[in-house]
Design a protein around this ligand. Sequence first.
Ligand code: ADP
Ligand code: MG
Length: 750
Amino acid sequence: MPNTEGLQPTNSPQPGVPLTLGTDIRFVPGVGSARARLLRRLGIHTAGQALFFFPRAYEHPAPGTAIGELRDGRPASLVGRITEVEISSRTAGKSVLGALVENEQGAVRLLFFNQPGRVEQLRRGCRVLVSGTPKLAGFRMEFIHPKVVLLEEDETAPGGQILPIYSLVEGLKQGELRKLTATVVAELAESIEEVLDEPLRALAAARIEGTLPGLTSPLCGITTALREIHQPSGAEALEAARRRLIFQELFVLQLALAVRRRRLTTALTAPPLPPTSLIDARIRNRFAFELTADQVAAIREVGQDMARQFPMNRLVQGDVGSGKTVIAQYAILLAVAHGHQAVMMAPTEVLARQHHQTLTRALAHSRVRIGLLCGSLTATQRREVLRRAETGDIDVLVGTQALLHGDIRFAKLGLCVIDEQHKFGVTQRQALRRGDIDPHYLVLSATPIPRTITMTMFGDLDVSTLRQKPPGRGAVHTYLAEDAWRDRWWRFVAQRIDEGRQAFVVTPRVCPDPVAADDAPATETDAGQPASAPAGSIEDEDAASVEEVTSAVVTFDQLRQGPLADYRVGLLHGRMTTQEKTETMERFAQGRIQVLVTTSVIEVGIDVPNATVMTILGAERFGLAQLHQLRGRVSRGTQDGHVCLFTDAKASPNENERLKTFSETHDGFAIAEADFRLRGPGDLMGRSQSGMPPMRIADLTRDETVLGVAREIAQETVDLDAELSAPSAAGLKKQVFRRYGDVLDLGDVA
Ligand code: ADP
Ligand code: MG
């Protein structure tokens, strides 16, 4: 029986049997096994997958022009057949390729200089769509370097028709894909199940337009959408098709997230840990400062969440230095006050140690027992920590992901805090579960994330946002410097050190050696930081091969032999052992190192309030969000911070849009949005380790409105029908589980 899901190809050719969604791509008329191999590389295994393989772009050719109406210098396009091709070499390395294109009205000449590869494209007898600006040469019109699109025999192109452009692999031609999608559209578009019923399409359209249902026409039906997306009948119809398909894609995602959100809360059990007024007062007493309004609000939300008998799933996002640790401390103490344990996980060992220290300091003179578990413990030490966690001899356990390796058991775990936005996996979650009881979860994110990403990658979490900075902070000044400023800048740095301050010097990579470009191993750096370029990544290979990339090791030597020779300069990077790193960090924290030359290893969380000056070398090699994280290191104290950027590139840094945005903007959320627009969503999603399948047609930098509407309607749907079990939701449910069942651990379609 043919599989109508379009997932498993059917195995046998069925001549004469009509196509179904599940028909193996090989058996679609005109494909065959050679082409099928190429199509599979595009992820097209079945006819159904071809139907949902959407164009990546469109060509909007000008209406076809009759040959008699071609005018010198006026853009035009026409369809014809190549009747002659000749290539002539004038001198070595120079060639002229001429082709004659004829149709019923006459002939034109195409000319290509030094493009011998064109011979491959321009075969005699091919039908082509030519567009460009013709010139009169003698009695004939000539196109020099026109755009040429190959057309299939029966393909109608001109007359202003919009042509789809598909992603290809080598060996596959645009025309072949067009023909394939035309075939599957003709055979299958009619029979596709409509999963968005008319009232839903009307509601969605109205919300997207911001009007009431009835005042705008509903999103178009699936058959029309599929037809128009592959063979647009016009710009408007194409736009309507895109909108419908974008909504559907985002809606299915948001339904999946809504189902998961619901399951993670109401379907699971967690210990209720309410902040009674006594507990609340005691915890707040421990804070040495007045909380900001955002902190107060976040703490209230955390308290409400933890009071319930199902797990909290909350993301606290706030810029560097916005005071997220306080929220974590509150949650931890709330758990401990109720006799439960808490774990706190950090992405790096350096950061775990720092959290351990901060907590230990904050909880001095209390009975809270705090343990540290990280990769560098000896087996014996580790066993001892694990034993104490299991017997309840430790109240708070701080560590890296190493926490979750092996068989960790807690006597009574009530809370799990995850610092930095590691997308916390399902299996990791299960490791912390005790029988049927789950702990509460609190995720801290120091990288402000664009709203649309929060709604997708973290769409299953509730979000608290810290926008304000704690009062009494110094300002940070950011400078974009010309190369000529270097001497002056180092004198400025020296002055600050003379005043007792400390300085960071950040470089894009550890060594000059371009092959070993990576800094610390992935687990130790920014593996979970979606918005950062990897340390030492070379975005511009040409520039890199011509010029030396500034490195920590070389800069370290230059500075201590040159402009900062009178000061204590230290070196910290990801290729040092954990022990070396820890020692260096400690010496810097104690002020014994005055200038720390480093890489982006310091990006995540290092807290040395006395460090107020930062030099970033090779700044063009860092991502925008990463630069912002770095800058956060010098905005920790009451003193003003100073950040100066130098670039390796010859061009003035002012020409670099990213760096300019950076120096002019200090709001982390604004930076995140800008970064997102400059880099695109793929990057963010890709580095998130979220495991989310890529979007087929939606674009999170562009489709924010549709996303918001999809999220709203999805939530309303799940509020009424938690498991999408209404018969009318059957089709949607199938899509939700097929696409996101695994990633979001929703299980199989019932
Ligand atoms: P982050 O959000 O980057 O984790 P932290 O929690 O480390 O920020 O806070 C940064 C610094 O600000 C810490 O030294 C912390 O003690 C201090 N801090 C936090 N909240 C306040 C506040 N409400 N008033 C004054 N200082 C605060
Ligand atoms: Mg922090």
